[in-house]
Design a binder for this molecule. Sequence first.
Ligand SMILES: Cc1cc2nc3c(=O)[nH]c(=O)nc-3n(C[C@H](O)[C@H](O)[C@H](O)COP(=O)(O)OP(=O)(O)OC[C@H]3O[C@@H](n4cnc5c(N)ncnc54)[C@H](O)[C@@H]3O)c2cc1C
Length: 289
Amino acid sequence: MLAFTQKTALIVYAHQSPGSFNAAVRDVAMQELVNQGYKVIVSDLYAMNFRANATRDDINGDLKKSELFQYGEETMHAWMEGRLSDDIVAEQRKVEEADLIIFQFPLYWFSVPAIMKGWIDRVLTQGFAFSLKTMYNNGVFKDKKAMLSFTTGAIQTMFRPDGINGDINVTLWPLQNGILHFCGFQVLAPQIFWSPAHCPPAVRTAMLDGWRARLKGLLAEKPLTFAPCELFDLSFQGGFMLRPEVKEERESQPYGFTTGHHLGKPLPPDNQIAAQSAGESSAKTGCSK
Ligand SMILES: Cc1cc2nc3c(=O)[nH]c(=O)nc-3n(C[C@H](O)[C@H](O)[C@H](O)COP(=O)(O)OP(=O)(O)OC[C@H]3O[C@@H](n4cnc5c(N)ncnc54)[C@H](O)[C@@H]3O)c2cc1C
C-alpha cells in the first residue's frame, strides 16, 4: 500500500478586517486546499499582533558584537545557536513544514503591507533562508513553491506598461525575484484581484470562482522564469555578473532574460505575471529554471 504524504500550505495573511475581500480570498484558498487533502496553516499577522520591526529583541542572550549592532549577522548567529525569539522560531517551523506558501495581502504602496514586510525581514533570516552559496535557483527553499495573491485599489490598465502606474511586471520584480526566488522558492504566477472595491458584486464573485478553479491545479503549474545562477560568474572578482559568452549569445535575441535582467532590451512579455511556454522561455539559451 502506498503511503499518503499530506502536503502543507502556509498562508501568510495580512488584512485587518474579517469582512474584507482579502479574507474571502483566504477562505477560498483554505477551503479548496483542505478539500484537496492539504494541511493548511494560516499566519494571520494582524490577529497575531506580529511585530514588524527587526530589533535586538529578536535575539536571546548576548550579542556577538555589542559595540555595533548588525541585525543580519546577529540573527544568523542566533539562528545557528537556537537563540532567535520564539515568535520567529514558530514562523520558521511553519515555513519548514510548508510545501506551498501563499502571501495574501492588499497591495500597499506597490508592495506588501509593513506587517508582512516585517514577517519577511524577521523570519527569512540569513542561514535559515539564504546565504551567498545558497541563493536563487540553488536556494534553501528550492523544493518549495511560493506565490503572491493580492488585491489592488488600481484597475488593471493602470498597471500596464502604458498605464499611469507603469508595468506590474516591474512592480513585482523586487518581491518575486528579490525575496521569494532569492530564497530559492519556485515562484508561481501571482494571483491578482484587480480593484475589488470598485467592481460590481458579480465580478467579485467571479474573481473568487476563478481563484477556486486555479487552486485545483496550482501545484502542477509551471513556475515563473528567472535567470539561473549558472549564467553568472559567482565570485567577487567577477562581480556576480553575466558571463561574457552568455551576454554575447543574448545579443541576437529580441528580449532580455527577465524583467530585471533586461540587458537594455524590451522586457520579456509578462515575465513576472505568467509562466512562459517552452517556445517563449529562455531555455534555448540555457536560461530556464
Ligand atoms: C496604505 C495603503 C497603500 C495602498 N497602496 C496601493 C498601491 O500602491 N496600489 C494600489 O493599487 N492600491 C493601493 N492601496 C489600495 C489597496 O490595495 C486596496 O484598498 C485593497 O487592495 C482592497 O482590498 P480589500 O480586501 O481591503 O477590499 P475590501 O474593501 O475589504 O473589499 C472590497 C469589496 O469586496 C466585498 N467583499 C468582501 N467579501 C466578499 C465576498 N465573499 N464576496 C464578494 N465580495 C466581498 C467587500 O464588502 C467590499 O465591498 C493602498 C491602500 C492603503 C491603505
